[in-house]
Design a protein around this ligand. Structure first.
Ligand code: NAD
Ligand code: UDP
Ligand code: UDP
Length: 328
């Protein structure tokens, strides 16, 4: 990134854990554009140097390979704690490490925040609601999570991290911010993590079968990455009385089949839909209630699914072209 960015008055040193991942890379980029110094910490489990390669030359950007399950001693003003694999394939690859990352990682980052008196934001998830029987999900809903299933390392790890954040807040007076992120998509999504948007877009672009799990009638609500990052920034900038948890997501709800139909239409692909077994504990429906984000942060999404998909498809199209050139 060229060093021609607008510098704002209040320049801060900001730590982003998981900064080389999908969301983290967009967040680092946005914070640098605001003129802050960014320390990106990542163990590269699912993140890549490619995601942040355009930031490496910025003198306000620093990259540190580090696993958050180990203590970290640095001096910063704010912490965004995003480190954790987010897709079922990745978080189920080493479930014990997933729980450690969420729980021990949270303890270490909270200990760091306590020592340096930094504000700290936790990337939590709509998965804390499990397979919900309340729809849409408000923050007051306690969720329906299987504690011993295949998704539990992620769901329960994130729930425990939320507990730690609120206990450090009450016990040590830390300024915490907890955001519950609903399904987010956009450029730099991992191409092989099995998530529905990247899977379907790549299948459509390659002319392969579109895989619908179950009958494709389950629903999700998809938020474009730029909208989500705006929500992060607003939450971090909110007053000390706003700790959350706050849902950030796009309330537009679609069945997976509708998503596939839209991708097929935009890509003009001839791929056909095929049906595969539904993974265990797959939630039937998910849609955020974002009243709290609207009221406390003045936030709501601005990018409709079609527009966000067009941008994402453009990214994956280029990704496939540059990879095929490398293979040639
Ligand atoms: P991602 O997998 O692209 O990013 C996670 C990053 O954390 C990666 O760069 C990975 O290498 C790093 N990481 C993993 N374990 C680590 C460890 N022990 N130490 C240091 N770094 C580690 O996923 P993402 O989609 O960018 O998700 C970022 C955060 O947002 C995660 O905490 C995730 O749970 C949360 N979230 C994401 C979504 C979504 O739709 N993308 C939804 C809900 C919550
Ligand atoms: N910690 C860290 N960086 C710091 C301060 C603490 O990684 O700058 C870790 C430390 O290893 C500890 C954890 O954060 O295990 C929790 O710290 P806290 O001070 O809350 O607890 P304690 O050190 O008393 O166990
Ligand atoms: N899904 C699908 N086809 C795919 C990948 C996923 O039908 O190729 C379904 C999956 O079963 C789930 C939904 O799409 O019902 C969203 O899956 P994803 O892994 O993206 O997110 P999550 O289940 O964590 O919300």
């Amino acid at each position: 990134m060229k060093d021609v960015t607008v510098r704002y008055g209040n320049t801060k040193k900001i730590l982003v854990t998981g900064g080389a991942g999908f969301l983290g890379s967009h967040l680092c980029e946005r914070l640098l554009m605001q003129g802050h110094e960014v320390l990106c910490v990542d163990n590269f489990f699912t993140g890549t140097r490619r995601n942040i390669s355009h930031l490496l030359d910025d003198r306000n950007f620093e990259l540190l390979r580090h696993d958050v399950t180990f203590p970290l001693y640095v001096e910063v003003d704010e912490i965004y704690n995003l480190a954790c694999p987010a897709s079922p394939i990745h978080y189920q690859f080493d479930p014990v490490q997933t729980t450690k990352t969420s729980v021990i990682g949270a303890i270490n980052m909270l200990g760091l925040a306590k020592r340096v008196k930094a504000k700290i934001l936790q990337a939590s998830t709509s998965e804390v609601y499990g397979d919900p029987e309340v729809h849409p999900q408000p923050e007051t809903y306690w969720g329906r999570v299987n504690p011993i299933g295949y998704r539990s390392c992620y769901d329960e790890g994130k729930r425990c991290a939320e507990t730690l954040f609120f206990d450090y807040h009450r016990q040590h007076k830390l300024q915490v911010k907890v955001v519950r992120i609903f399904n987010t998509y956009g450029p730099r999504m991992h191409p092989n993590d099995g998530r529905v948007v990247s899977n379907i877009v790549l299948q459509a672009l390659r002319g392969e079968d579109i895989t619908l799990y179950g009958d494709g009638s389950q629903t999700r609500s998809f938020c474009y990455v730029d909208d989500l990052i705006e929500g992060f920034i607003r939450l971090m900038g909110s007053g000390p009385d706003v700790a959350g948890p706050i849902n950030i997501g796009n309330p537009g709800e679609f069945t997976i089949r509708q998503l596939a139909e839209l991708v097929l239409e935009i890509t003009n692909s001839r791929s056909t839909m095929v049906y595969r077994p539904l993974p265990p504990d797959d939630p039937r429906q998910r849609r955020p209630d974002i009243s709290k984000a609207k009221e406390l942060l003045g936030w709501e999404p601005t990018i409709a699914l079609r527009e966000g998909l067009e941008r994402t498809i453009g990214y994956f199209d280029q990704f496939l072209t540059s990879n095929s050139q490398k293979d040639a």
